[in-house]
Design a protein around this ligand. Sequence first.
Ligand code: LLP
Length: 413
Amino acid sequence: MNQMLRYIESELYMESAALNRIAEQVGTPFYCYSKANIEQQIASCKAAFTRLDATIHYAAKANSNLSILRMMAKAGLGADVVSVGELERVIIAGIPAEKVIFSGVGKRKDEMVAALNAGIGQFNLESIPELDALILLCESLNKTAGVSVRINPDVDGSTHRHITTGVKGSKFGISMEQLDQALSRIGESAHLQLRGLAVHIGSQIVTAAPYRKVCERLRDWIVNLRRAGHAITHLDLGGGFGIDYGDGNYLDFESVATVMHETLQGLDNLQIAIEPGRSIVGNAGVLVSEVIFRKEDDPLPFLILDAGMNDLMRPALYQASHPIQPLLERKVEMEVVNVVGPICESTDFFSKAITLPKIAQGERVALLQAGAYGAVMASIYNSRDIIPEVMVDGDRFETIRRRITNHNLLEFE
Ligand code: LLP
């Protein structure tokens, strides 16, 4: 939960700034983040993982706004990137290239070249053809690349089927059957420097059990691989730590760090890395929107918001629910409503049959826990704007990305 969000004299505040005041200046819909909340999450992540002496590589895909990436740089974090665009952003933000890990199943050649030229610390290789392509590029550029093999550990993260990544048959990672082949090719190449293994079993995982299972398997594999002569010095455990979207389920840094620490004990000379995204920025953000219309209907009334699925895709894609709060707290009766967007699609809903205090047309609401995979997944569907992002710091706020309007986009056509 975001403790930076509370009612003061019936007005919803983020830190010491009233969201209604920001809405009047910026115009709805917009994303709004609490700087203090992000700082708090970074601090508790660092504190929990010191026992593992882990390096933290913020998964830029969760929210790659430059101002947010600059906070990660300032806190000394590294980054996990999945495209040349993210690589450019993290470098501009001041994250040193050697702290960057490049993940992804489909890295293009130009992206690998950019990463080699930037001097990133580690490529997480996800297939044999990718490995071969990287060797050729390194040869032609006369560069050496630090690499880890992302393996598919066949552990189910027990999360939504669209965001589970570590089970057999998923497109991610190299299967255990191909690991030997991958490691010998790396060993034979003068241009690849083996660091170790990497896994990422999924996202929004709310129990530590899958991490225990994957760490137990990794421990045995690493022991065996070392016996076979492979110098495994690094282990990247990915991200995926779930946040509370209102049902009380989440995975705190302490629990997952404890489990990793317990299960990996006894493995010496192993540098652990993690790649958290959502757990760092998810709670910090809200999506502020205005109720365009209240449509009375049978069986349930609709609140039609000015934010749509193009602004926040998660409900449409993963049936995700984001808690909703009115910006003005009033003593009114509760009611059951459907909360939807204005887009011409029935997937454009935020909450079906949700109980809320009765909200009038023209009022504003906040959709909570929208700091991760919100703004970054926005689209221009229905020729809508890319909405602004705002950062609150105490009683001050700053637009950290201006609105990108349809007029801006028309210039490209
Ligand atoms: N590392 C790798 C290799 C990943 O693929 C991901 C996320 C992360 C780290 C960070 O995971 P996190 O700590 O944020 O869970 N759009 C979806 C989530 C997709 C996650 C993809 N990979 C959503 O809105 O739920």
